[in-house]
Design a protein around this ligand. Structure first.
Ligand code: PEP
Ligand code: MG
Length: 589
């Protein structure tokens, strides 16, 4: 039982679902003591060799971490370490450190810390989430190199971080390397002060299936080592020193969760329908072909979104038609007879900026997605050819990202048609009636969706971007995470317009943004008429569990109540209460 101290509730961004209850472990990054010691000329070569050995040691450790991430079934987390390997091989970074050692006669550890600080200053000044994430990765890699140099100098072996019992980790920011350094068995939950729901800490937590909340600013001042904390990874609530009543409610939810974990695999196989027998499909979002295994494990009904740009991110160059074809063909084969919705490359924004040497002051409003594909006809052509070659089983649909205007739809359809005809005349067995749809992720296109509907076969609502562009709040920036709210009435209205219009025109519509797996939003989405959800594979059972406990008739009333409301905060409260009072109770029966 918790001590009777005053209950305090803080709100952050839900980053990984689940409930955990426990005491905190304040994780403070080890300060790397690096001083500027001058060395003699004859010692320079020795320092450079020490630096090179440390790079190799760091490489081995990063590869180990990548393997651990893959073992945890987290392809997303593994990709972070792929990016770290690329940083390790970055010649500019290596040359810069070597030239500091030899030109300034300083130790290797100092040279690396200098490079790290220069990067941070440069990126910080840009005030951009993508670049600050990159600076964060460079910092993580450099810290590894420095600590390996120090360990060699002191002849020490680096230990993993020891947690004294099971704890909730509280930290300002969490590096990917830190996460795997903890013994997974001892991590109950994670709370960070910084980072958005798409930050690396969030991805790592989801990969390890640890409940997590990010962006809880100032949490440190509310807790001490004896505080009892509840992490509600579903709603983003951190409850400090809960009252006995709150404690009991969460304890019950937690017991139910534990008991149901083993049942999840079975639940994933059950029918996806509401209590009043409305069928709802749950498909999966993937980033790489490796994730197909998870889709099958959790019985996802096909792939609702294949974010192809991530394939390009972990490779050094733009993938060829043949390389892409092999991937799409394998995914189509493994998922058959279900469908795979392949999204055309959504490069730009925060993705692949450096590979295409895009330098824009405002990348989220710049040459992103379809705009970029129009500017790079060669990339678009080989991409389309690869997808069309793989379409012979007729289970591939194409979805177009970042559409703002009807003329863009006409133009891309024209290009797809021409490439398709060309391939048919070359003798390829392509799906002549391949379905073409668009992402509804920009408010302008939602407002003209009635005009576009006759031109396309289907839609998918991308609430991550729809929220970002409706509320003018960067989706990855924790400083505006209190504004970024997919439950804002304006976003809900746009979702309503989208679903109504698709239904009116008899077109398939799904929702593939993070909102589809946000537990309190699911009843609302059902009430608005949504019947197709696409979520991260391991979240299929959670979403299915909620859907199976819903009555569409109740959800419609709930949606009506939300649509009458002009305040995002009130809507959040209405949905939280509905979830706790009805679904929460049904879940713990
Ligand atoms: C979205 O914007 O909601 C979406 C699903 O696409 P992404 O997150 O890849 O931008
Ligand atoms: Mg998007």
């Amino acid at each position: 039982m918790p001590k009777l101290r005053k209950e305090k509730i803080l709100k952050g961004v839900p980053a990984s679902p689940g409930i955990s209850i426990g005491t905190p472990f304040h994780y403070v990054h080890e300060t790397l003591n690096v001083s500027r010691n001058v060395i003699e000329d004859h010692e320079i070569e020795q320092e450079i060799q020490k630096y090179r050995r440390s790079i190799e040691k760091s490489r081995a450790l990063i590869i180990d971490d990548k393997k651990k991430a893959l073992k945890n079934n987290s392809a997303d987390a593994a990709k972070i370490f792929d990016a770290h390997l690329l940083i390790l091989d970055d010649v500019v970074l290596i040359d810069e450190a070597i030239s500091i050692i030899s030109n300034q006669n300083v130790q290797a550890s100092y040279a690396v810390s200098k490079v790290m600080k220069d990067y941070q200053t440069a990126f910080e000044n840009l005030q951009n989430e993508y670049f600050s994430q990159r600076a964060f990765d460079v910092e993580d890699v450099c810290r590894r190199i420095i600590s390996n140099i120090i360990a060699e100098e002191k002849n020490e072996v680096h230990d993993t971080t020891v947690l004294n019992g099971k704890k909730i980790i509280i930290t300002k920011k969490l590096f990917p390397s830190d996460t795997l350094n903890f013994d997974r068995e001892h991590i109950l939950g994670i709370i960070t002060e910084y980072g958005g729901s798409t930050s690396h800490a969030a991805i790592m937590a989801r990969g390890m299936a640890v409940p997590a909340i990010v962006g809880v600013q100032g949490i440190g001042k509310w807790i001490d080592d004896t505080s009892l904390i509840i992490v509600d990874g579903y709603t983003g609530k951190v409850i400090i020193n809960p009252t006995p009543t709150t404690f009991e409610v969460y304890k019950k939810m937690q017991h139910a969760e534990e008991k149901q974990y083993l049942e999840d695999l079975n639940i994933a196989k059950l029918k996806s329908e509401t209590l009043d027998k409305h069928k709802v499909s749950i498909s999966c979002n993937i980033q790489t072909d490796d994730e197909v295994e998870s889709v099958l494990k959790w019985s996802g009904e096909g792939i609702g979104l294949f974010r192809t740009e991530f394939l390009f991110e972990s490779s050094l160059s733009i993938l060829s038609e043949e390389e892409q074809y092999r991937i799409y063909d394998k995914v189509s084969k493994d998922i058959f007879p279900n469908n795979v919705i392949i999204r055309l490359l959504d490069i730009g924004g925060d993705k692949l900026q450096d590979k295409l040497r895009l330098k824009e002051d405002n990348p989220f409003l710049g040459v992103r997605g379809l705009r970029l594909l129009f500017d790079h006809p060669d990339i678009l052509r080989s991409h389309l050819r690869a997808i069309l070659r793989a379409s012979h089983r007729k289970n591939i649909w194409i979805i177009i990202p970042f559409v703002t205007d009807i003329y863009e739809v006409k133009r891309i359809k024209g290009i797809i048609g021409r490439v398709k005809n060309e391939m048919i005349s070359e003798g390829y067995n392509v799906d002549k009636k391949i379905k073409i749809g668009i992402m509804l992720e920009i408010p302008s296109v939602v407002m003209i969706v009635d005009h576009i509907a006759p031109l396309v076969d289907f839609f998918s609502i991308g609430t991550n971007d729809l929220t970002q562009y409706t509320l003018a709040a960067d989706r990855g920036n924790e400083k505006v995470s209190h504004i970024f709210d997919s439950l804002h009435p304006a976003v809900i209205q746009l979702i309503k317009i989208s679903i109504e219009s698709a239904n009116k025109h008899n077109k398939y519509i799904s929702l593939c943004g993070q909102m589809a797996a946000y537990p309190i939003a699911i009843p609302l989405l059902l009430g608005l008429g949504l019947r197709n959800f696409s979520v991260t594979p391991f979240l299929v059972p959670v979403v299915k569990k909620i859907i199976r406990r819903e009555l569409v008739s109740d959800c419609e009333k709930l949606a009506e109540q939300c649509l009458q409301n002009g305040s995002g905060r009130k809507i959040n409260k209405i949905l939280s209460d509905f979830f706790t009072n009805t679904i929460g109770e049904r879940m713990i029966k």
